[in-house]
Write a protein that binds this ligand. Structure first.
Ligand code: ADP
Length: 371
């Protein structure tokens, strides 16, 4: 039985709001997206109201989830930030999630509170799409796992979540008794992706200010358990949504993935600047598709003028984390749902990802050990 928007609105009409009218009359509802038993929408309130509305958000989720035929309901609360708070360039429609904001981080910017049980959250980012950010994120997560760490992976690439494809997971997360989503387990990693909740063709609703709110909920309404490292696969680029994310997720560091080409390095530089702006330390640059390695004979060819990222890292005084070759088996295995670290654990590529993982672990050592 497919659920209609009418049914959802009828249920939402039973939820009262702080404005003294039912939710459907409060003028805060976004469009409602329904697909395969999953419903998504946002409540857009002003920043002063966020605290009072968090309860409404939770109630809305509960009543929609109770409709027979609905398996997932996700309601996000978004708020316009007051003009004085918009210091970062992410000025419009920055969502605000009640109760999650610690007063101020370094540099006077508001900082999100930590995720209990998670020692270090790190971002894997790129200045543009298609450089192998997601492939690097999953293999790096697996490399860290191989070093004996407890690792989670959060696919926050709202514009093109690829973790379902990279891991071959097509299940849906279940809820635990406290109504938190249970991450899916694969290859010894705890994995959560916006792609588990939204079909690839329906991301429109997430654009703009909803991006951050959706990611915040994936961070905080998921039962991550005890993790040493949570790797966040960021949306590519350095726009407002990415900047807001970099600011709002309590990141301990960021890894920038770049290809050796000049253009991509310019984009990578923008990525570095973005993290600097929000006081997130850059753990280093990874050069992906660094050189071409012939799958037949293993011969190496520097088809892209290899070494650009290493040079750039030196120039900018950030660590250079390693070079990953352009290799058929990295592509083929990723696209088949078995990342190369899983399918060829003793091969040379897995070793490179573990080495990069080791360099990152060393930088996070104090944080992980403290946890
Ligand atoms: P992004 O997340 O930056 O958009 P992806 O990780 O989805 O990029 O990679 C884009 C494509 O490039 C995918 O088909 C992936 O398998 C391939 N790819 C990524 N890294 C490599 C590599 N080192 N060697 C070969 N193919 C790669």
């Amino acid at each position: 039985m497919s659920v209609t928007e009418r049914q959802i609105r009828d249920e939402l009409a039973k939820v009262m709001t702080p404005r003294g009218v039912p939710l459907t009359q409060a003028g805060v509802l976004s469009e409602i997206a329904i697909k395969d038993g999953k419903a998504y929408f946002s409540l857009n309130v002003s920043s002063g109201e966020v605290q009072a509305w968090d309860k409404v958000r939770a109630q809305a989720e509960t009543v929609v989830r109770a409709i027979p035929g609905i398996s997932v309901a996700m309601v996000v609360l978004t708020a316009e930030r007051s003009a004085g708070a918009a210091q970062t360039g992410a000025s419009k429609g920055v969502p605000n999630v009640a109760g999650h904001r610690a007063p101020h981080g370094r540099g006077g910017l508001p900082k999100q509170s930590e995720i209990p049980g998670v020692a270090a959250i790190i971002a894997v980012a790129s200045g543009k799409g298609g450089v192998g950010k997601s492939t690097t994120a999953i293999n790096l997560a697996l490399g860290l796992r191989d070093l004996g760490l407890r690792v989670g992976l959060l696919d926050a690439d709202i514009y093109g979540p690829s973790v379902p494809r990279l891991t071959g997971i097509h299940g849906k997360p279940r809820l635990n008794d406290s109504k938190k989503m249970i991450p899916l387990e694969q290859f010894g990693l705890s994995i959560m992706s916006i792609g588990f909740l939204v079909e690839e063709e329906t991301p429109m609703i997430w654009r703009g200010p909803m991006v951050m709110s959706a990611v915040t909920q994936m961070l905080r309404e998921v039962a991550w358990g005890e993790l040493d490292v949570l790797v966040v696969d960021m949306p590519p680029g350095t726009g407002d949504a990415q900047l807001t994310l970099a600011q709002e997720v309590p990141l301990k560091g960021a890894v920038i993935v770049s290809t050796p080409q000049d253009l991509s390095l310019i984009d990578a530089r923008r990525g570095l600047a973005m993290f600097k702006k929000v006081n997130v330390p850059v753990l280093g640059i990874v050069e992906n598709m660094s050189y071409f390695q012939c799958p037949e004979c293993g011969t190496r060819s520097d088809i892209f003028g290899h070494g650009g990222a290493r040079h750039e890292a030196e120039r900018l005084s950030v660590p250079f984390l390693g070079e990953i070759p352009l290799h058929m088996s990295i592509r083929a295995n990723s696209d088949a749902g078995t990342p190369v670290v899983v399918s060829e654990p003793d091969g040379p590529h897995a070793a490179i990802y573990r080495e990069i993982g080791g360099r990152i672990r060393d930088q996070l050592k104090g944080i992980i050990a403290a946890a």
